[in-house]
Design a protein around this ligand. Structure first.
Ligand code: GCB
Length: 620
């Protein structure tokens, strides 16, 4: 993007130097600059660093008018609730809040499923938590936030430490200057108000879960520290691992080491201008990561006093004509879409257990691929996918009709894309970065998403770029010619024959015309069924009707020559306010193959059979 050109010349990503040039970055992002506000940074592998957890119970105050931050004339208050004031006898003014008496909310966790009165709540809520801390010499300390939906503000001991937009990416606020020895407190305000110029925008088909939805911790690093790194297998012959390690505040000539002890392989490189050390080394005897052999290696990344021990797989993904190649061999993606909805308890998923359950079901289905829709999921999902051998489609939340002609919205989308890629770039499981879902075919849209795709390729040229497109029809012919296809490596298409259009049987007579000589993934298909509701194949909402959609779809999919994958909609029922049909939907999208309480529907077994017997998709 144009605003970032001056940063690129310095070979730095805007997020990376955000800590040093906060005002410039805010201006670049089109945000009005009032006072210097620290911009959070990305720490790759944050979950591999020793951390002090701040999970648990936080005091909470619901503040629908945001009077804790804004005065009656809507000016930002100097004595807002972030001061965590305690009333004193003789005070000349009343203190109208008290965190020590306020009810609690659990972190991580959305607020909607924790308190009945917050089920539909959209607005700001304040959080407060006490912690004790002992500052150390030559140590920087970051407040790590796994995700806060959507806009969040953080203060430590009354000092503002950062502000962040975007509900699905992790960020880290430098709190070194704000913490002190002994008792400390952190206050957060989180606002999940939907706005037209947000990403995502006003309309989505999932619940707008608010709050500190993922884990929060304190991470200590030495004063010269590794913030981001990228290590991957080079495309081409042999086994060469390449990439870079970036060191913040690196001394001139500082050394970086990358070691894979199991392979007896080690690289040493010098940090150059801009803080990056280029890595390039041969490894012998490397077992490549794949769904069949999800081999992970311990990788040590070190500089000076700082070190991170990663668990990484190495593999190559590329396209050849209409094929997707994994480690040089054609692969068919037998997949399923997944929302970050927590199995059994509903609400936003965040834990290892949630990930194991969801991805365990995907494995049981016979999948080798999951589309993590429609936003970046928690890193626990990616760690589990690496471990379990599931290829991943990871998605930026440019969903439906965001304001494509608004440069501020582009900056928000790019910021979230940067955070997603820089946080998750070392997960072997991820093969596809998806730019968007079901966007309207307009010039502004095509320009916007092409800009995003260019940005994604610059940040990470090792993966494939995709998006889920809408498809048009002429009679029984489905036509894939959305101009956005030009910007993609792999075309994703969504269709709902048998549910939103025509009958399940119509699929038998449907042909596909695809204008691009590229691999295609049927990124959505399906229909609703209430688990346990039975009837004829022709009766909507029954398990039989849903299974019948799948039966007819499978035949049609096999007739699309360039189809290289599929991810039906969706693994498990999930909450959506668009789905009020009483007694059937009850505010759940019921297109799951499994109910939110874990009951498998008939379509699960039908698809499982097709995946296990490989009767759908190209032979590999
Ligand atoms: C779609 C959307 C997805 C919805 C689904 C549905 O096309 O991509 O987010 O939930 O359809 O169930 O209508």
């Amino acid at each position: 993007m144009k605003h970032y050109a001056f940063l690129r010349k310095l070979a730095l990503s805007p997020r990376k130097i955000a800590g040093f040039l906060p005002c410039a970055v805010l201006l670049a992002a089109g945000v009005a600059w009032a006072a210097p506000v620290a911009v959070p940074i990305v720490l790759t592998g944050a979950d591999r660093r020793p951390a002090t957890s701040l999970n648990g119970e936080w005091a909470s105050i619901v503040d629908p008018y945001f009077s804790g931050l804004f005065s009656f004339h809507h000016e930002e208050k100097a004595n807002g609730w972030f001061l965590n004031r305690k009333a004193q006898s003789g005070d000349a003014f009343p203190t109208e809040y008290d965190f020590s008496k306020a009810p609690k909310l659990k972190v991580p966790g959305d607020w909607n499923t924790q308190r009945d009165s917050l089920f539909y709540y959209e607005g700001p809520i304040w959080y407060e938590r006490d912690f004790s801390y002992q500052p150390k010499e030559k140590t920087r300390v970051f407040l790590h936030v796994g995700a806060a939906n959507y806009h969040s503000w953080f203060w430590v001991n009354g000092t503002k430490v950062c502000e962040h937009e975007g509900g699905f990416t992790a960020f880290n606020c430098d709190v070194t200057a704000a913490v002190h020895s002994g008792a400390n407190f952190v206050v957060a305000a989180v606002d999940n108000t939907r706005r037209q110029d947000n990403v995502p925008t006003l309309e989505t088909d999932w619940w707008n879960y608010g709050g500190l939805t993922r884990e929060v911790s304190l991470i200590e690093v030495p004063d010269h520290f590794i913030d981001q790194y990228d290590l991957h297998l080079s495309r081409g012959e042999g086994s060469v691992i390449e990439g870079w390690v970036h060191v913040v505040d690196a001394q001139p000539g500082a050394k970086v080491e990358v070691e894979i002890p199991e392979l007896k392989a080690k690289a040493t490189a010098e940090v150059s201008d801009g803080g990056r050390a280029a890595i390039h080394f041969d490894v012998k005897g490397l077992e490549r990561w794949s769904p069949e052999t999800p081999k992970l290696y311990k990788v040590e990344v070190r500089t000076g006093q700082d070190s991170i021990s990663e668990l990484m797989g190495f593999r190559i993904v590329e396209t050849r004509g209409t094929e997707i190649l994994l480690n040089g061999k054609p692969v068919f993606l037998r997949g399923i879409c997944i929302h970050a909805e927590a199995p059994y308890r509903t609400g936003r998923a965040y834990s290892d257990k949630d990930a194991e359950t969801l991805l365990g079901w995907a494995k049981e289905l016979g999948a080798n691929f999951v589309r993590l829709a429609h936003y970046p999921h928690d890193e626990t999902m990616l760690r589990a996918a690496d471990r379990m051998g599931l290829l991943v489609w990871s998605e930026n939340p440019v969903y439906w009709a965001v304001q494509f002609d608004n440069p501020k919205v582009l900056a928000k989308a790019e910021q979230q894309l940067d955070e997603e890629i820089n946080t998750y770039r070392n997960h072997a499981a991820i093969i596809l970065w998806s730019m968007a879902n079901e966007t309207p075919n307009t010039e502004a849209r095509t320009r916007f998403i092409t800009t995003e795709a260019t940005r994604a390729r610059e940040l990470d040229p090792t993966r494939l770029i995709t998006a889920a497109l809408l498809v048009r029809a002429e009679g029984h012919t489905k036509i894939v010619d959305d101009p956005l296809g030009k910007a993609l490596d792999v075309i994703g298409t969504n269709e709902y024959i048998g549910w939103y259009e025509q009958k399940p049987e119509t699929a038998d007579a449907t042909e596909w015309r695809v204008a691009y000589d590229k691999p295609m993934i049927m990124s959505e298909l399906g229909g609703d069924a209430k688990a346990g509701l039975h009837g004829k194949d022709s009766e909507r909402w029954t398990e039989e009707y849903q299974a019948n959609i799948y039966r007819h779809q499978l035949g049609m999919l096999n007739r699309i020559p360039q189809l290289r994958g599929m991810s039906p909609w969706i693994l498990m029922d999930f909450r959506s306010p668009n789905r009020p049909l009483f007694g059937i939907q009850d505010e759940f999208n019921r297109k799951g193959l499994i109910s939110d309480q874990g009951q498998k529907k008939q379509a699960f077994f039908l698809l499982q059979k097709a995946y296990k017997e490989k009767t759908v998709g190209k032979a590999e």
